[in-house]
Design a protein around this ligand. Sequence first.
Ligand SMILES: Cc1ncc(COP(=O)(O)O)c(C=O)c1O
Length: 423
Amino acid sequence: MRPALNPFVLSLKESATLAINIKARKLRQRGETIYHYGFGQSPFPVPEPLVQALRDHAASKDYLPTRGLPELCEAVAKYYREEFGYSFEESHVVVGPGSKELIFETIYLMEGPLMIPAPSWVSYGPQAALRGKQILPIITKRENSYRLTPEELDRACHSLGQQQKTLIMNNPGNPTGAVYRDDELRELAEICRAYQVVVISDEIYAKIDFTDNGHSSLVDHYPEGTIVTGGISKSFAAGGYRLGVMLIPDTLEIIMHSLKAVVSETFSAVSAPIQFAALEGYANYDGVREFVETTNRIHRAASRYLHKRFIAMGLNCPLPEGAFYLFPDFGNYREKLRARGALTGRKMCEMLLDQAKVAVLPASDFYLPSTNLGVRVASVDYDGGKVLANWSDGIVDSEEAMRETFPNLAEGCDSLERFLEKL
Ligand SMILES: Cc1ncc(COP(=O)(O)O)c(C=O)c1O
């Protein structure tokens, strides 16, 4: 049978990150050594207070309110007020099965095109495509560490004329590890206000920030037009629990109203035991603070180590300042790669997997042109439980201790280095 399908769905393929994960896992299962830098999942165990709360609430079976457990919404708003200085209240919070689903539903209910700074996370574009929505990638510059500038945003907004404009911003950023400074966000906010842009500020990595300045957000400067998303997947290491949050200001009440309707007709509410587990993390944040801070320092050490190695092999790579990704560019090897038949980033990534056993994703999965030789590297290929149990900050001062702590990162770099030398 060949039933007719929604043409928007037919345009999609399996998410690039999931596909590379499956391929790398299969090769590993066949006994091959693979340095798996393709998939960005927190490597750490879920903090014990969340696991215990989940155990304690295993018997919770009632459907919860559409927006989420009221105590959880209250705790989430308080967490964002106290940890980041935002001014959200309980009534602004929606809980969903991952922030990915909440972002999708919000994109779905908005009219007009979606502006996506490039490079950006792989899923925003396909989510827009599912709604038949036009996307406008805004190409950012490596020299500016792939951070969007006010001029770039202005040009993009101007090109869209009178259409309603929505911008998705990810800070700290996947795939680059870029973190915006407060003064940069203030200027971007000015442009957003001028064009009445609706901003979805994806802050899932807000607590994985290596800068000394603390996390800043567009919501600080453009509160009337900014929706914030976050969740427990990254800093609470609980991606598989599938719980994310969205905070919508009163000025965008029409979005909140419609989102509640969409939620009630789709997933209804997040699983009750999972909401109680998340409540433990948000309501008693002090109980997990040390976990979040220590794992942040480990992420920092891992990404700084990779950065140092990439620079030493002649790759161009901005210093990551948050999240757990780097975006090295192989442009300095372009001619040698071309001579070996790798003109596009995708072809180069196939060569890297086949010959160097390193799994990474090409720039074209992140809205950049196919000949761009940037790749996304996730810096989490290590045993998080073991590293956390043995962590001491002094490790970063010793190459030997770093190699012992992050063997797959060190050996993957050795392998990449040999591959580049042989080109
Ligand atoms: C940039 C970004 N946004 C959102 C998500 C989705 O997170 P979740 O749906 O687990 O809340 C991810 C997860 O990989 C991500 O990297």
